[in-house]
Design a protein around this ligand. Structure first.
Ligand SMILES: C[S@@+](CC[C@H](N)C(=O)[O-])C[C@H]1O[C@@H](n2cnc3c(N)ncnc32)[C@H](O)[C@@H]1O
Length: 395
């Protein structure tokens, strides 16, 4: 997508082409292009409209019905924050008293739009001209153009004294190739600039990769990991006046946010395998809050380095899945195969932590047969490779 095509899509002819393309997306792309051209739409405009329609379809999972009116690029959509996460962040910023916010590297504007919806005046800065134009178009489509404006330029040159809050979600993919960047020093804007914002603006939030090394968390910042329906989606650093606790895990299920907080350096007690095993949400594990969860569940680890928790009682928790352990055995393919045959297990879920086994190869080697279902937990107990056969508890 270039600026001319984006401009063409915003003319009355383009808007009509987008409306027709929306009904054609998701099917055979060649047939859709032919159908659109048959209505008199020029080939170039038809291709651009169909690409947008396809991206909008894919974006529904992240943005809900609002996706239907948004302008998107593939890379922008991949990097954009999902609405449920952006809205919660915006509400927290607003509750902390932020009234004006700079979004430095605003991309397509998912975070900026959420802040504007929360009533915050947002100044977006975006280096890529087409992405910047799309963000502005998205603000207009959402009826928020008076609260979210975008300038195309280098975020490092923005005068942050104009705002009382700053949000930065640096690009973690290489422009052009789209390849993931794992080294924060290669982020854009650069890591030094991003972390230095906390010393310049009273309210600073930085979105980071969930795999962020804890040693990179600036002193005094709150690091939050966010999980949505069991998937770890992002981490964020809340700096300055926004930092409330050292570590936080936020688990979003449906419309409810569940929060677990702590220091991030506590160690859970170690004990034997017990009747129930809990598999903590990845947000809890990445936030180093397994000890805090163990305290809530009256649970222990069976190996100090592996994040499965064991307890005598099953308690409902949004922070972990709970399974009832039926069998504990040292790992042996032969013994495991015999046990699963005896139980007529044909459907097997395989969980693992601390095991080098490859679940799909193991599944093939087990040659399952039968109509019963079970869960297999591949792990270590006090350092020894161990297998737990288990059944998940509802909910
Ligand atoms: C991860 S994306 C932002 C996504 C956005 N938070 C959202 O949810 O839609 C990062 C964006 O920063 C932009 N960017 C990278 N370096 C920049 C710089 N120095 N100045 C302005 N924008 C920059 C990239 O073009 C990219 O669009």
């Amino acid at each position: 997508m270039d600026s001319d095509r984006l401009a063409a899509l915003r003319t009355p002819e383009g808007v009509a082409a987008l409306a027709t393309a929306a009904g054609l997306a998701g099917g055979d792309p060649l047939a859709a292009a032919a159908a659109l051209r048959a209505t008199g739409v020029p080939a170039d405009l038809a291709a651009a409209a169909l690409t947008q329609a396809e991206l909008r379809r894919r974006a529904v999972g992240k943005f809900g019905p609002a996706a239907a009116g948004m302008f998107l690029t593939r890379a922008g959509l991949e990097q954009a924050t999902r609405r449920v996460v952006a809205d919660r962040r915006a509400a927290r910023l607003r509750a902390a008293g932020v009234r004006t916010l700079a979004d430095l590297g605003c991309g397509l504007g998912a975070d900026a739009l959420a802040a504007a919806r929360a009533g915050i005046r947002v100044y977006g800065v975006e280096a890529d001209p087409v992405t910047a134009a799309m963000a502005a178009a998205n603000a207009e489509a959402a009826g928020l153009a008076d609260l979210f404006t975008v300038e195309c330029g280098d975020a490092t040159a923005f005068d942050v004294s104009r705002v009382d809050g700053v949000f930065c979600d640096p690009a973690r993919r290489k422009a052009g190739t789209g390849r993931r960047i794992f080294d924060p020093n290669a982020y854009s804007p650069p890591w030094d600039f991003v972390t230095g914002l906390a010393g310049r603006v009273p309210h600073t939030v930085v979105k980071v990769a969930p795999g962020l090394d804890h040693t990179l968390i600036p002193a005094g910042a709150e690091a939050e990991w966010v999980g949505v329906d069991g998937d770890l989606v992002e981490a964020a650093l809340w700096c300055g006046a926004l930092a409330e606790v050292p570590r936080r895990a936020t688990v979003l299920r449906g419309d409810t946010a569940h929060r677990l907080t702590g220091a991030g350096d506590a160690e859970a007690p170690v004990g034997p395998v017990r009747r129930y095993v809990y598999d903590p949400d990845p947000a809890v594990v990445r936030a180093h809050l397994v000890a805090e969860l163990a305290g809530e569940l009256d649970a222990t680890l069976a190996d100090p380095s592996i994040a499965y928790l064991y307890a005598d009682r099953a308690r409902p928790t949004p922070f972990a899945r709970c399974l009832e352990v039926t069998d504990v055995l040292p790992f042996s393919l032969k013994r495991l195969r015999a046990l699963l045959r005896e139980r007529r297990v044909g459907r097997l879920e395989i969980l693992k932590r601390g095991s080098a086994l490859e679940p799909e190869k193991l599944r093939r080697d087990l040659r399952l047969a039968g109509d019963a279902a079970a869960s297999l937990v591949l792990t270590r107990v006090a350092g020894a490779p161990t297998v737990l056969l288990a059944r998940p508890l509802p909910g």
